[in-house]
Each structure stands twice: as structure tokens, then as C-alpha cells.
Design a protein around this ligand. Sequence first.
Ligand code: NAP
Length: 354
Amino acid sequence: MVNIETTAPVMVTGATGYVAGWIVKELLDAGLTVHAPVRNPDDHAKVAHLKALAASSKGAIRFFKADLLEPGSYGEAMAGCELVFHTASPFKIDVKDAQKELVDPALLGTRNVLEEANRTSSVKRVVLTSSCAAIYGDNADLLNTPAGVFNEDIWNTSSTLQHNPYSYSKTVAEKEAWSIAGKQHRWQLVVLNPSLVVGPSLNDHPTSESFAMVKQMGDGTLRMGAPRWGFGMVDVRDLAKAHLAAAFTPGASGRHIISGHNTDLYEAARLLLPTYGDRYPIPRRTMPKWLLWLVAPLAGGGMTRQAVAKNVNLPWKADHGRSVRELGTTYRPLAVSMNDMFEQMIQRGVFTKA
Ligand code: NAP
């Protein structure tokens, strides 16, 4: 539990998003005033849950209109804030124009928000939601790590605009953040690098790629088997608490891997079997790498043969020790996160529409 020592408003970019929803909830429950710059404050479907959270909390929320691609648009929302959470960035795998849909909002948006922090004298700390995607591109990269494990010293050098463009967008955006932060001394930058985020959402219609990933475990896509595609996973509620710790822990600095579990797609899906296996086509066996490689170009969803070759049957392993030691992060069992998320998707009719 962090000690919150401010009464100043705090700004959260991307407040309408999956991850940010839980951060906003934590801040509101702590009694803080949240400034939420969003693309369209009048979009009831996107902000209603945030208004409801504020109404049932000790805190308050104010909406502002801003866009990552509009320079200067975060000024009004940031005025008077000591703390800025920059979470806004598109998380999509299947894109047509990676530069426009991913890299521009990630990179130019980070520049836009952090240059605003430079102009806003009240700002003391910026917490950036980066990603493990800024640390590694493919699981094959693990073979080139000094200790056979991903840690905060490592940067993603394998992603490009063509190969893993989302990971590329997060890498260039985080580098830009460190570059801007390093040219001044008034505010500190603290970076969180979460792995794949799972767990229930507070927004009713989440667009985050996390939901597409878990949906395929129950909609029949993986009926014939799930690949042993290694990755890390973290619960969205644990990640939100880590954001608050990054914001309010005196002396916090640097990057922090926020990842509860080293796992893979098959293993994660198996956690759903005891409760849902008799009602939903949860994968019961592994999909051979050669088969996925063969069908990859037809599979859609941004899947490529190169990605299959460099990720399937290759483990993902990260050291989250720094988050535990320096931020006091705790990680709940993955089965809890997966089952809570899946149950919510059932209640929302996600699978009946499939
Ligand atoms: P999400 O639900 O899709 O949230 C993305 C947010 O970014 C939304 O609030 C969206 O606003 C906002 N956004 C996108 N383009 C924008 C623009 N041009 N101007 C202003 N706002 C814009 O995704 P998420 O999973 O919560 O991701 C949040 C952050 O966590 C991202 O930085 C992502 O890279 C990072 N992350 C996520 C995961 C994961 O597994 N989910 C893992 C590691 C890191 P609208 O509501 O208006 O679209």
C-alpha cells in the first residue's frame, strides 16, 4: 500500500482504455482529482464507466479534449498537476498502415505529452506505460540475452515497422521519453514495462488487443489446439497498483518489468478448462509449430510466418524482481486473472456473438 501525499490533481492520458480504467479507479478511491484528457469527452459509451467510478468514490474526475496527434492539446488538462500518467497508445496487432496507426500516436504522442510536461511547472513526475515489447521483439531474442532472461537493461532491437510494428512503436516511444526526460531536471520519469495484460475490464467495450487474445480461447479459433507461444502475463489490477507505486514511491526511477508469470498461450488457456471446459471449446492440446507456420498467412490477425518461427516453442522468461523490491508489486495467480476475464466476457455475451 503506497502512501499518497498529494492533493493536487493527477492527469491520466488514455483514461478510456483498459489499463487506465483501473489506474483511474485506484486514484479516485484514494480521493484524488483525476484530469482525464480524452479524444471525445462527449462519447458517453467511452466515459460513462469513469463517471460512475468517480460518483462512487472519494475522488472526482474532470474530462478534457485532447489527441496524441494534436500538439499542445494536453495543456489545459495538465495545468496544476504534479503527476502525469501517460498510458495512451494504440495496442493493436492487425494494422494496415503501421506508421500511421501505431508509430505516430505512440512516438509523436509521447513527445506531445512530455513536451507539455516541460511547459507545465507543477509537474514533478511522469509515469509512462511502456511495455515488455520495448524490451524484446521475439522470444528468439531470449537466446541473445546475457543471463537467458529479459530484464530492464535490455532493449528491443529486433522489431521494425514491418516486423512486430506494435513492439517497434513502444520501443521508439519509450526511447523518446528517456531522451526528453534526460534533457531536464524538474520532473522524473518512471517507466513501467508490463507484459500481456489480462483480467476484467472496467470499460464495457474494451478494444485492447488483450481481449482478442483471450476471446480466441473460447470462440473456437483454437479448437484444434493452442500454440506454445511463450509470453508473460500480468493482471490489470496488479498493474494498476504498480502504477500508483511508481507514482508515489519516493525515489522510484528507471524501468520496471511488470509481469506476474512466464507462460505461453497453451498453458494460459488450460487454466480455463476446470471451470469452462465442458461449455466452451477451450484448447485441450498444443498446435504443432509447423502447422501454424503453414497457415499463418491465412490466419489473419497480423500473424506472419516470421513471427511463428521466432516465437512458437520458444520460452519467454523475464525477471520481475525489480518491481517486487522497489515498488512492492505483488502478483495474483494467473488462474484468477484468466477466469475473472473469461467470466466477464461470457456475461457480456462475447462468445454468443462469435
Ligand atoms: P486500450 O484499451 O486500447 O487503450 C488505449 C488508449 O489509448 C485508449 O484510451 C485510446 O483512446 C488511447 N488512444 C489511442 N490513440 C489515441 C490518440 N490518437 N489520441 C488520444 N488517445 C488515444 O489499450 P490498453 O491495453 O489499455 O493499453 C494501454 C497502454 O498499456 C498502452 O500504452 C499499451 O501499449 C500499454 N500496454 C498494454 C498491454 C496489454 O496487454 N494490454 C501490455 C503492455 C503495455 P480511445 O478510447 O479514444 O480510443
